[in-house]
Design a protein around this ligand. Structure first.
Ligand code: HEM
Length: 416
């Protein structure tokens, strides 16, 4: 049998062609839950695959910092000569540490509390209904790509409205997001592009976002952009690079992940039609179903931390400067935590999944994402008369975030 040290759990190609490596993770959890891997093209890292260990690491941000190598990109993803860990193209919440991290997070956290997002629920219902109405047509069979025509639209429209980005910019936001998360995916690399060009989308994004900020300083409105454009830290104004980074993170993280949960959710329902019938018979299950979909799909597969001093984890000696990769998708199948972890069960309760992370960096948008999913699946359950695949699906080539890139379906939706 292949030694666990040589198992592939990281290459973008693996994720694009075979999906999440659940068999490899199962072996790692059993035979070496904290194992050092050194795949070609990557700096070595410790693969952390157990639920309990991910919690231990995440709750000690001083010992395991997020600054530095916060995602395991292959060396080739960085422009030539640039070390992305030492000089990251952005300084966002996800690669900041306390106390700075808390100060930045406080700038926006009140917008994402359960109470704050609840106020947006009626508008989200409307946005979702509009999208369904348009696609339903006269209620006959329609054939389209579920990812781009449906799953991507609802969370995108919601976050752009919260940010106050005009609707005609939606497609642009989608393209920038695809280039960001698909940095390893050949499809999102432009023809003739050099490695140095790969991060050019950030310059384009900065130009637009800075102009939007300027506009809000002149003409304030009730959106997140206005809050950020006029916010200050305790020692003065937010440096422009950090301000752009924070904004960019919310803009892209605020919909790509949820899109992957929605399209991954449909795949799960297509493979488990009884679970979909269960939801149709009892739409109130939609709250617990949303969490089971996040557990099952785990759209954010991994984040990484760096040890700030020598330490020990499950008997393994981790050295200062070592990377530890938190594989949330593995934790979400951990046999010690979930009964029947490989069974998709929409009424799973309790469901202590780590799909939104845990501790210091727990997902800022978790309540918004849950609401997006609840509203989406409730309306889908009400309106979907029949659905079937209309061709093979395609997966994103990426090991940081994951999900279907294309999911052709034939569907009958109840008309407006
Ligand atoms: C199903 C959808 C989503 C999933 C699976 C997800 C997953 C995650 C995970 C795993 C983290 C932890 C990062 C770490 O460990 O360092 C995270 C952080 C974050 N997420 Fe989400 N997310 C989702 C939706 C959203 C939405 C809708 C927003 C909108 C604002 C958002 C914004 C953020 C931000 C800003 C952080 C950084 C928090 C920090 O470092 O303090 N996410 N998310």
């Amino acid at each position: 049998m292949q030694p666990i040290e040589s198992l592939d759990v990281i290459t973008a190609k693996l994720y694009g062609t075979q999906g999440y490596p659940h068999d490899a993770w199962r072996r790692l959890r059993r035979e070496g839950p904290v194992t050092k891997l050194a795949p070609p093209g990557y700096q070595p890292f410790w693969a952390i695959t157990k639920h309990a260990d991910i919690i231990t690491v995440s709750k000690q941000p001083e010992l395991f910092r997020s600054a530095g190598r916060f995602i395991l990109f292959p060396e080739m993803a960085a422009p030539a000569g640039q070390n992305l860990a030492a000089a990251p193209p952005l300084r966002m919440l996800v690669n900041m540490d306390p106390p700075e991290h808390r100060e930045y997070r406080r700038l926006v956290s009140h917008w994402f509390t359960p109470r704050a997002v609840h106020k947006l629920e009626a508008r989200l219902e409307e946005i979702t209904r509009e999208i369904f109405d348009e696609l339903a047509g006269d209620g006959g069979w329609r054939e389209f790509d579920f990812v781009s025509e449906l799953a991507a639209l609802q969370p995108l429209r919601m976050i752009t409205e919260m940010l106050g980005i005009p609707r005609e910019r939606e497609e642009w936001v989608l393209r920038i997001t695809n280039e960001n998360f698909g940095i390893e995916d050949p499809e999102f690399q432009r023809p003739g592009e050099t490695r140095e060009d790969r991060l050019a989308f950030l310059t384009e994004a900065a130009a637009y976002i800075n102009s939007l900020m300027e506009e809000r300083r002149r003409d304030p409105r009730g959106d997140v952009t206005t809050i950020l454009a006029n916010a200050t830290l305790k020692d003065g104004p937010i440096p422009p690079f950090e301000l752009f980074s924070l904004y960019f993170l919310i803009m892209v993280a605020g919909h790509d992940t949820t899109r992957n949960a929605i399209s991954g959710g449909l795949r799960a329902f297509l493979e488990h039609p009884d679970e979909f019938r269960k939801l149709q018979a009892n739409p109130d299950l939609v709250g617990v179903a949303a969490d089971e979909i996040v557990r099952w799909t785990t759209p954010v597969n991994h984040f990484s931390r760096t040890a700030t001093r020598d330490t020990e984890l499950r008997g393994q000696q981790i050295r200062e400067g070592d990377s530890v990769a938190l594989f949330y998708a593995s934790a979400n199948r951990d046999e010690d935590v979930f009964p029947d972890p490989y069974v998709f069960r929409i009424d799973r309760d309790p469901n202590p999944h780590l799909g939104f992370g845990v501790g210091e960096h727990f997902c800022l948008g978790a309540h918004l994402a849950r609401m997006d999913l609840r509203v989406f699946w409730r309306q889908w359950a009400e309106r979907c008369v029949a659905v079937e695949p209309a061709g093979p699906h395609e997966l994103l080539h990426a090991s940081f975030v994951g999900g279907p890139k294309r999911l052709p379906i034939r569907v009958k939706l109840r008309p407006a």
